[in-house]
Design a protein around this ligand. Structure first.
Ligand SMILES: CC(C)(COP(=O)(O)OP(=O)(O)OC[C@H]1O[C@@H](n2cnc3c(N)ncnc32)[C@H](O)[C@@H]1OP(=O)(O)O)[C@@H](O)C(=O)NCCC(=O)NCCS
Length: 246
């Protein structure tokens, strides 16, 4: 069963401590950290690696200190020689770790702390025509909600495929997706060594909630799964009252 772990970055960092989180970085990750200038990016990177290794250690039975994360083309992380699939995402004060034993998994979170006025322009330029029209025609109070639902669903699918935003944002209509109707996408082998070139079916799940400051958070997860509808398990410690939107 795919498992999704949602963390509040500030609260978790206070609990774990930056020094303890940094103790799990390997030499390559320490080099990456040395190049990071913004404190928020440093915190999300260090905590992300710490929480990912902790969760992967539980899954694999290997000590977190011994886990070495490698990068595929386009940047998706994997564990050499271990068939455990995982992904992570961070935005604003939230961080998500997603783990699946069986299938490729992708996750995307967007914590909207500042509203943009460009949702309709971006949607019309990069999304499908139907999505672009739906967002443009929606009441202005709903445009941001629809935009982020579409955006996180697309990113979750493209991250499961391992291609991220080098993949196309208009490959499927995210507003017509349903948990029981997988999205069919052709993945080219050069893009992800773990997925030979063929059509894959991606299952999606989407959640929305407001943080304690009433700023909206959107979360989507996707697993590449041929037949069985996966039951995503969401772990959240903050009592945020997440509601599954679709
Ligand atoms: C993956 C991507 C969509 C992430 O965008 P984002 O919204 O800014 O960030 P998120 O917080 O949702 O996700 C970031 C995490 O996704 C993971 N990630 C990176 N590349 C990925 C990929 N191709 N597929 C899946 N996951 C990826 C990483 O673990 C990263 O976290 P980290 O930098 O702390 O390790 C974007 O970086 C991308 O499109 N990358 C691929 C495109 C490319 O060719 N990049 C060149 C680098 S090799």
């Amino acid at each position: 069963m795919p498992e999704i772990y949602l963390y509040n970055i500030a609260a978790t960092l206070k609990e774990v401590g930056l020094e303890r989180a940094q103790s799990l970085l390997d030499s390559g990750e320490k080099e990456q950290v040395d190049k990071i200038k913004a404190e928020s990016r440093l915190n999300e990177f260090v905590l992300g690696r710490y929480l990912l290794k902790k969760r992967l250690s539980e899954q694999t039975g290997q000590p977190a200190e011994t886990l070495v994360l490698q990068k595929r083309a386009y940047g998706k992380l994997y564990l050499e020689g271990n068939p455990c699939f995982f992904n992570l995402s961070h935005s604003g004060n939230y961080l998500v770790v997603a783990i699946s034993q069986k299938d490729e998994i992708g996750v995307d979170i967007e914590h909207v702390t500042r509203r943009s006025t460009h949702y309709t322009d971006i949607a019309q330029r990069y999304f499908t025509q139907a999505e672009g029209h739906a967002i443009k025609d929606a009441p202005s109070s709903e445009q941001s909600i629809l935009f982020h639902e579409v955006w996180t669903k697309k990113e979750a699918v493209l991250k499961a495929a391992g291609i991220g935003l080098s993949g196309s944002l208009d490959a499927f209509n995210a507003l017509e997706t349903h948990p029981s109707t997988p999205i069919e996408l052709l993945i080219k082998s050069a893009e992800n060594a773990a997925m030979p070139e063929k059509h894959y079916a991606f299952h999606l799940k989407h959640w929305q909630f407001n943080d304690p400051n009433q700023t909206p958070v959107y979360l989507s997860a996707s697993v590449c799964n041929g037949q069985v509808l996966p039951n995503f398990i969401l772990h959240e410690t903050e009592g945020l009252g997440l509601r599954a939107a679709s």
